[in-house]
Write a protein that binds this ligand. Structure first.
Ligand SMILES: [Zn+2]
Ligand SMILES: [Zn+2]
Length: 141
C-alpha cells in the first residue's frame, strides 16, 4: 500500500504496541483500518455511547484510499477542530496525518474527563434529591 499523501510505501508497525497500523516512513502519517480508529480511542476512552458521532461535514479530496484508490473524504472529527480522511466509498479506514493520532488521544482524554465530571455531578445531584426526599417524608410523619 502507498501513502495517500506522498506516495511512499507504507510499512506495518504496532502503534503503542497494540494496534497494527500502516505508517508512512516519509511523512509520518498512518492508515488505520476501519475499526482501528475506535481501538485507538479506546486506549484512553472506551465509552462508545459518550463519544459523540464520528463524522461531520464530509467533503471529497483527491487523495487516494491506499486500499482501493477511491478518493478519500475529509471530515470533521466528532465536531472537534480536527479534520481526518476516510475511505467513505468502501469503508476501508482512516488516514491520520503526523500528530493527528496524538490529537485524537488528547481529545478523547478530555472527553473522558468531561463525561466523568458530568456523571459525578449527576450522582451528587441524585444524592441531594434523595436527601431532600428523606427530609420531606420525615417531616410529614
Ligand atoms: Zn507519506
Ligand atoms: Zn478504500
Amino acid at each position: 500500500m502507498n501513502c495517500p499523501k506522498c506516495n511512499a510505501d507504507l510499512i506495518k508497525k504496532y502503534y503503542k504496541g497494540m494496534i497494527e497500523v500502516d505508517s508512512c516512513p516519509n511523512c509520518r502519517g498512518m492508515w488505520l483500518d476501519f475499526n482501528e480508529l475506535d481501538k485507538l480511542e479506546d486506549v484512553v476512552f472506551d465509552d462508545d455511547a459518550h463519544k459523540g458521532s464520528l463524522v461531520h461535514f464530509q467533503s471529497k479530496t483527491n487523495y487516494p484510499c491506499p486500499q482501493c484508490g477511491a478518493g478519500l473524504d475529509e471530515f470533521q472529527y466528532r465536531l472537534y477542530d480536527l479534520r481526518l480522511d476516510t475511505c467513505a466509498e468502501n469503508g476501508h479506514g482512516f488516514w491520520l496525518d503526523a500528530g493527528e493520532d496524538e490529537r485524537v488521544m488528547t481529545l478523547m482524554r478530555q472527553r473522558s474527563a468531561d463525561i466523568q465530571r458530568k456523571l459525578d455531578a449527576e450522582a451528587s445531584w441524585r444524592q441531594t434529591l434523595k436527601g431532600m426526599h428523606l427530609f420531606l417524608t420525615k417531616k410529614k410523619n
